[in-house]
Design a protein around this ligand. Structure first.
Ligand SMILES: Cc1cc2nc3c(=O)[nH]c(=O)nc-3n(C[C@H](O)[C@H](O)[C@H](O)COP(=O)(O)O)c2cc1C
Length: 224
């Protein structure tokens, strides 16, 4: 598979088949993904990989906690800027509307929207769950490095016939995750990721996200 094919076919999958992913495949993806560049070669990424019963147990613990705090705990960072401005605000609402439209869930149907949202905390059915953390001393540059590591995982997954779902929704359960995985205090819970085989029959997986045209984000200068 060419890199361009991996990029073109990567998309956020929000419904996975239950079919297991071989642990060796997961290890291979992670080892290769760690070839990501990082400033000063700090390699500031850290990932907790949950297979089989370990994944189920996190899902179970979160479900249990949801009876007390249905929408989770306080995240350790702002998932979005508190005062998100345009054009980002509109982009965010457009992708949300487009996603719910694939499932025929109207804006007024809050209950069905919520029901879909909380599937985040089941990794949308993915058999492999990952939690990414970063040392609190790290700055913006190292967060970018972590993002490159994550993107490598998502692209390498394509090469293995797998799909992914990066999930900041997991940042809403820092206490539960920390306790269960014994994450040291110096590590901040950044996000999760589901990995598995896409359920091609699921309506939500037909979603095609938009992108702004090149002219909007690339400021190309020449000497003329
Ligand atoms: C760091 C990160 C966190 C994300 N968190 C979530 C999430 O919690 N739940 C979700 O359904 N999608 C999540 N997404 C997926 C984005 O909504 C998605 O990448 C975007 O809409 C573009 O769509 P695409 O990935 O299909 O190209 C996340 C993406 C990234 C990069």
């Amino acid at each position: 598979m060419k890199v361009s094919q991996a990029i073109a076919t990567r998309k956020t999958v929000r419904a996975f088949r239950s079919e297991a992913v071989d642990a060796e495949t997961v290890r291979r993806i992670l080892a290769r993904a760690a070839r990501a560049p990082s400033g000063g070669n700090l390699q500031p990424w850290r990932v907790y990989v949950l297979l089989d019963a370990a994944r189920d147990e996190l899902v179970r613990r979160v479900k249990e906690q949801m009876t007390q705090t249905p929408m989770g705990q306080t995240p350790e960072y702002h998932i979005y800027p508190p005062q998100l401005t345009e054009p980002y605000k509109t982009r965010r609402s457009r992708i949300g509307e487009a996603m719910y439209a694939t499932m025929g869930i109207p804006r007024e149907d809050r209950a069905s929207r919520l029901k879909h949202f909380v599937r985040n905390w089941e990794f949308f059915g993915a058999p492999v769950g990952m939690i990414f953390t970063i040392d609190r001393q790290m700055q913006q540059g190292q967060w970018a490095d972590l993002g490159m590591f994550m993107e490598n995982i998502m692209l390498l997954a394509r090469e293995e016939g797998l799909h992914t779902c990066p999930q900041e929704a997991w940042a809403l359960w820092p206490k539960t995750i920390r306790e269960y995985l014994a994450v040291p205090e110096n590590e901040m819970i950044f996000c999760g990721m589901g990995l598995g085989y896409a359920d091609d029959a699921a309506a939500v997986n037909t979603l095609e996200s938009e992108r702004a045209p090149l002219e909007e984000f690339a400021l190309i200068r020449d000497h003329s």
